[in-house]
Every structure is written in C-alpha cells, then in structure tokens.
Write a protein that binds this ligand. Structure first.
Ligand code: SF4
Length: 346
C-alpha cells in the first residue's frame, strides 16, 4: 500500500479521561491518581479532535479510560459527530458501575455498538479485591445484565491474577447464561505497569499459572460456539508491527492530548494541543513503526516482565523514569537530536 494514499488510521483508542471511580490494584495507567487526569483535554478540545475524522472513514473508534462514563455527555456528543463522519464501529470500555438502563439506552441511541465491561471472576471477592472496592462486582454484573437485554455487542475483559485464573470458566459460563454468544471474552496478561508495579506480590500470576490459563483459553474456544475467547499478547503485536513494514493502523491518544506509539512503549510523539492529528500523521506518524527508534524500543520488550520499564535491562536509562517526549514536528524526530537516544538508535 502506498503510504501517501493512507490519510488516517483505521482505529483510534482515545482515553477520554483518566479519572476513575475505582483504584484497581492492577490499573496499567494508574487511573484516578495520575498526572494526566488533572490535565485532560477540555470538551471543546476533544470535539475539535473528533472533527479531524470528518474525512477519514474510521473502522473503529474506542472510548477508553479511566472510567469513560464519567464523561458520558461528551461521549454522546462525539458519537453524534463520528456517526455523521461514517465511523463504522463505536465502542466503549467501562467498569460498569455507572451503567444504568437509561445510560445504556443513551449510548446505544448515540451509535455505540460495542460495550466492554471488566469482570475479573465469578466470585465477588475476587473482583472486589482487584478492583479495590466492595460492591464493584455487583456493579459489573448489573451492567452485564442490562446490556444482555439490549441489542448491543457486550464484551467482557478478564484480568488474570495469581488467585483467579480458573474463574475464567465461570465468567464464560455467565456470558452464555446471559445469552451473550456473539461477542468476545478478552484476556491478556497482567501488565506490569502503573499501579500494578506496586502490587505485584499480591496479584502477579506465576509462569505455571499462565501456562494453565493459555490451555484453558484454548479449550474454552473449542467449546464456546459463537463466543470468542481472545488471548491478547502485547509482545506479539510489538514484534509483528515492527517486522512487517506496518503502516500505523491503530493509534492511541491520551486524555491530555498526548499521541503515543503504543501503550507498552515509553515514547510520546506529539500532543494535540501543539498540532493537529492530521499534521502529526503527515509528519511521520503514519509509518512510525518503521522508524529506527520505535523498532529499537520494541526490541527491548521481549517478555511481559520487560514491561516493568524501571527494571528492564535492555532499555537506556533515559527511558526508565517515564515517557520520553520527542515531538514529530517540533523536534525533528528522525534526526534524533537527543544524544542519548542517538547512541541507542545507532
Ligand atoms: S483498571 Fe479501569 S476501572 Fe480500574 S482504576 Fe483503571 S481505569 Fe479505573
């Protein structure tokens, strides 16, 4: 595909807020307490960003967070525009606590066609422990029940921890009991990032448990008919994206406007408060996976434990204490003017 003909990504994941009504032990971006949550884009800035997709036929726009429903009214406004701009899929992730019958109807009427709720077990104590709040389980179950009665694709995200691996079977059964058969039960390894780094001793599964989980996922997929049990491996995409001359397909925008290459790499390449998304796209974001710096960074993340950036033995020091910002437009990214990075890229 000629990169000059690609005018935008197919998918956008946008953290519409990093505020949250929970403080989960594993939250990979420390939602609720991180610096970005106090500096999020205003409603006007968000809507201006959304307007950039007027001429890009997006396949999927996903509202992530934080707890997305804390900015529900803004989401509804965004959806109205994105539908006008022919975005094919509009999706949202939520912990479910704020999802009432009325909210579900509003989201669906606005064009949201996939809602993913987090559920970390079938034992209320398992979910509430990880979610760090008593009653979080009943909120999630209530949301799943409401959604199962509506005409909307209801996905569930399950986080494996040292104490809940086998509960994935019960979560699958619950989906089938509620008639949720044409959707996805999403599982991916616990990310050793954000708040998870403070709680590893309590929640990190062992290698043996992961092996068991992969086997359970395989067996469940064989017997779950239309329901797909999806094992998402972040290392897999880091390898594929950098080795296949990949044009940027899926991009992630943080709630403060930062444009990142990937949630698992410590690199910010722009901010919507400085330049438009289109300008970053044309300045090189469209083939950022082919840049030497991104390839080198990806090669530093070889296993899940390498996501613990502070203890990553492959990364140069400069990347270990938070994200490095190199603006694709203002900093002449490809010349890697930062000497420490220049040495790394070679
Ligand atoms: S994992 Fe989700 S629900 Fe939990 S604190 Fe983070 S954003 Fe909130």
């Amino acid at each position: 595909m000629d990169k000059n003909f690609v005018i935008g990504p197919h998918q956008v994941s946008f953290d519409i807020t990093n505020k949250c009504n929970l403080r989960c032990l594993h939250c990979y971006n420390s939602s609720g307490t991180n610096l970005q949550s106090e500096n999020e884009l205003t409603d006007i800035e968000v809507l201006k960003f959304i307007d950039e997709f007027k001429n890009i036929k997006l396949l999927n726009f996903c509202f992530c967070g934080g707890e997305t429903l804390l900015r529900k009214d803004l989401i509804l406004k965004c959806c109205k525009k994105l539908k006008e701009y022919d975005c094919y899929n509009l999706s949202i992730v939520t912990n479910g606590i704020l999802l009432t019958n009325k909210v579900a109807d509003e989201l669906i009427a606005a064009g949201i066609n996939k809602i993913q709720v987090s559920l970390d077990g079938i034992n209320p104590h398992s979910h509430d422990y990880l979610r760090n709040k008593k009653g979080a389980f009943s909120g999630a179950i209530n949301a799943i029940k409401i959604l199962s009665e509506k005409n909307v694709d209801t996905g569930i995200a399950f986080t494996p921890t040292s104490y809940n691996i086998e509960e994935i079977v019960g979560v699958r059964d619950l989906m089938l009991d509620y008639g949720i058969t044409r959707s996805t039960l999403r599982v991916q390894p616990l990310m050793i990032m954000g708040r998870a780094t403070e709680n590893l001793a309590k929640i990190l599964p062992s290698s043996k448990q992961y092996r068991k989980l992969v086997k359970i996922v395989r067996d469940l997929n064989l017997e779950s008919k239309g329901l797909q049990i999806d094992w998402g491996d972040p290392i897999d995409h880091l390898i594929r994206f950098t080795e296949q001359k990949f044009l940027t397909n899926n991009c992630t925008i943080r709630c403060n406007g930062e444009i990142i290459v990937d949630p698992y790499l410590p690199l910010v390449v722009g901010n919507l408060r400085k330049h438009s998304f289109r300008e970053y796209w044309e300045a090189g974001f469209r083939d950022i996976w082919n840049s030497e710096l991104v390839k080198k960074l990806s090669q530093c993340v070889l296993s899940i434990k390498d996501m613990d950036l502070q203890n990553n033995t492959y990364l140069p020091e400069i990347f270990k204490n938070g994200d490095v910002y190199i603006d694709l437009i203002d900093d002449d990214f490809n010349k890697s003017q930062n000497l420490l990075i220049k040495d790394f890229v070679g």
